[in-house]
Design a protein around this ligand. Structure first.
Ligand code: SF4
Ligand SMILES: [Zn+2]
Length: 338
């Protein structure tokens, strides 16, 4: 998780500012590098249906015309560049209200401007797989590449899980694992790398099913990806997930479950535990949360697996509760057919 004390985070209501932007640190290969993260407010996600997603509501009201989109996006870019022009950062992580490479959200002229402004940086940009089009990605890679990085662009895909049924029924993501695999091949053919975002404990899974799903998803994506990030599910407002959560039909994952995944997987990954320790995010009993959340953040930078092992060995009365949940919680299935 990104520590608020070590970054500048500004949430904005005005169109000329992005939804959010902040400075932080990221682990890349064996180093810790400085990173600028930007969430652009766009005309919105073309899919717009995922059950846990609140970003899709962050649509800009600045009209559908190409000129208007362009003007507002360029002013958001200028806003960020102006604030960080003297900062020394190597990585830029880009998110939008949907997909960075969707031409309806980010017109080609804006894509070009972003590429030129961040030439020489290592860019990680989130997109749905259907927007990974060879011409676009090749052009973007060529424009940002000045020889600093072997792979200057990573396309980040919110695969969430390698299980097609869970992605369909518990997330409504609208694409298959095979679509992700095809998109990985297209990405690589353009000289870019792949980052996969995986969602820990989507709707309708028991705690045990969520742990198993995450372990098998990590195993399944290993051969396709360069970077993996596990995102513990948080309850965002105005989502279907929030509707179920308010009725007591959903609990975000225990921090114990996250430690259980991190200590068992074959490679170190990063874990952005946004909202960790809060009732809408991954949490335990409240007493042991701060030390675990901070430890998971440290692990994401250091990849220190001994830290995870020692956190998991910690004593707290809620560990017994978690063990009970793992053992006794029963699935209440959604029907597979109508
Ligand atoms: S999670 Fe991504 S694809 Fe799904 S609705 Fe949100 S922005 Fe769109
Ligand atoms: Zn506890």
């Amino acid at each position: 998780m990104i520590k608020l004390t070590t970054m500048v985070l500004m949430i904005s209501e005005l169109h000329e500012k992005p939804i959010a932007y902040w400075r932080g640190k990221e682990r890349f290969e064996d180093s810790i590098i400085e990173c600028l993260t930007i969430i652009f407010r766009t005309s919105g996600c073309s899919w717009n249906r995922c059950l846990m997603c609140g970003y899709r509501h962050e649509r800009s009201p600045f009209g559908e015309s190409k000129d208007s989109k362009e003007r507002h996006l360029l002013s958001q870019l200028a806003w960020v560049l102006d604030r960080y022009k003297n900062d020394n950062y190597q990585m830029v992580k880009i998110f939008t209200s949907g997909s960075f490479f969707d031409p309806e959200e980010i017109p080609p002229s804006v894509l070009e401007k972003v590429a030129l402004e961040f030439q020489g940086k290592l860019i990680i940009a989130e997109t749905r797989p259907e927007f990974i089009i060879e011409d676009t990605i090749t052009y973007f890679v060529k424009t940002i590449d000045n020889g600093t990085w072997k792979t200057p662009l990573y396309c980040a895909i919110g695969l969430e899980t390698s299980d097609d049924k869970i992605r369909d029924k518990s997330i409504k993501k609208g694409f298959l694992f095979s679509d992700f695999v095809d998109a990985c091949a297209r990405t690589r053919s353009c000289g870019a790398g792949i980052k996969a975002y995986l969602l820990m404990k989507p709707l309708f899974l028991t705690e045990r099913e969520a742990i198993n799903d995450m372990k098998s998803s990590i195993k399944d994506v290993l051969s396709y990806t360069d970077l993996i990030s596990m995102n513990p599910c948080t309850v965002q407002s105005k989502t279907d997930l929030e509707y179920y959560w308010k009725q007591g039909a959903y609990r975000p994952p225990y921090l114990w479950s996250i430690l259980e995944v991190l200590r068992k997987i074959p490679v170190p990954i990063t874990c952005d535990s946004i909202g960790g320790g809060k009732k809408r995010g991954a949490h335990n009993c409240g007493k042991c949360d701060p030390v675990i959340v901070s430890g998971i953040h440290d692990y994401s930078l250091s990849a220190d697996r001994e830290l995870i092992a020692s956190l998991f060995e910690m004593e707290c009365s809620c560990k017994e509760e978690w063990n009970y949940v793992i053992d006794q919680e029963m699935p209440f299935c959604m029907p597979l057919t109508r």
